[in-house]
Design a protein around this ligand. Structure first.
Ligand code: CP
Length: 304
């Protein structure tokens, strides 16, 4: 593939290649010298039109571990605030001889739009409520690391599915690797089309947890919804919050994941997020190796 715009544009063999490449880079970043010189001739721009902690820092670190030159752009401190368009912004940055653009944007399809209009490799770092492909790749990679394989595993994605790009990319990635996927949450936060993707819906949290091997817990994205949305935060926590008591009453130890940022005490309690069942910080660690792999594989296609 020419760009990484979404998981839906990948084949299972693409994911396998990314994971094999990430295995190598994971070994590299655990060495005393965590860098390779592979991309000394490549320049990468990280354009963030929406806030980010993990994705932004992880991409920057991945690029630096590959020895690329890196420029960072944050829309809130830029001339976007003076009315400059996305295309003008990106073309001005590209005229500084940039090879790869990593972009997070609030609009669905922003990466696809950019790929059609500018001459650079585009990596989607999250486009609105649509896709977050590198998050889904690092999530599957972390399941594979913890359970040996993704194939045949039962994964439940819990929470605000409606506003989540993490959910959609995870559904595509997990199914492509042969996992069974269920979503669980309030019906107001589950889009109607979800069953057409081959996903089952469960509104009873206990039943969903009894079924699964892995629970991927999502944040309720209050910033993307009306303040009077049902359920309220308190109701959500009562019905769908993951706490230690619920997990201790299951007859097996399931794996707990969360893409971050966590709203502690809302969708997950601290004693669960910080427990030995949680692989949340392993997900973040694996994000660097996955992003190194994605960038390296795209850069291989650039004539140099
Ligand atoms: N998981 C994730 O995308 O986190 P950030 O919004 O902090 O990048």
């Amino acid at each position: 593939v020419a760009h990484l715009l979404g998981i839906k544009y990948l084949k299972p063999s693409d994911i396998e290649l990314i994971f094999k490449t990430a295995d190598h880079f994971k070994e590299v970043i655990n060495r005393p010298i965590k860098k390779v010189p592979s991309l000394r001739d490549i320049t990468i721009a990280n354009l963030f039109f929406e806030n980010s902690t993990r994705t932004k820092l992880s991409f920057e670190l991945a690029e630096k571990r590959l020895s690329a030159d890196v420029i960072n752009f944050s829309a809130s401190q830029s001339s976007v605030k003076k009315g400059e368009t996305l295309i003008d912004t990106v073309n001005n940055i590209l005229s500084m001889k940039v090879d790869i653009v990593v972009m997070r944007h609030a609009n669905v399809g922003a990466g696809v739009f950019l790929a059609k209009h500018v001459n650079a490799k585009i990596i989607n770092a999250g486009d609105g409520t649509h896709e977050h492909p590198t998050q889904a790749l690092l999530d599957s990679y972390s399941i594979r690391e913890k359970l040996g394989t993704v194939k045949g595993k039962k994964i439940v994605i819990i929470g605000d599915i409606l506003h989540s790009r993490v959910a959609l990319s995870n559904i595509f990635a997990l199914q492509m690797q042969g996992a069974e996927v269920k979503v669980c949450g309030p019906t107001t936060l589950i889009p109607k089309y979800i069953t057409s993707l081959g996903v089952t819906v469960e509104t009873n949290l206990k039943k969903a947890l009894e079924w699964c091997d892995v629970a991927n817990v999502l944040r309720v994205q209050n910033e993307r919804m009306d303040i009077n949305y049902f359920p309220s935060t308190r109701e959500y926590t009562q019905l769908f919050g993951i706490n230690k008591e619920i997990l201790d009453n299951l007859d097996k130890k399931i794996v707990i994941m969360h893409p971050g940022p966590i709203n502690r005490g809302v969708e997950i309690t601290s004693d669960v997020a910080d427990s030995e069942q949680s692989i949340i910080l392993h997900q973040v660690e694996n994000g660097v190796a996955i992003r190194m792999a994605v960038i390296y594989l795209l850069a291989e296609q650039i004539k140099r």
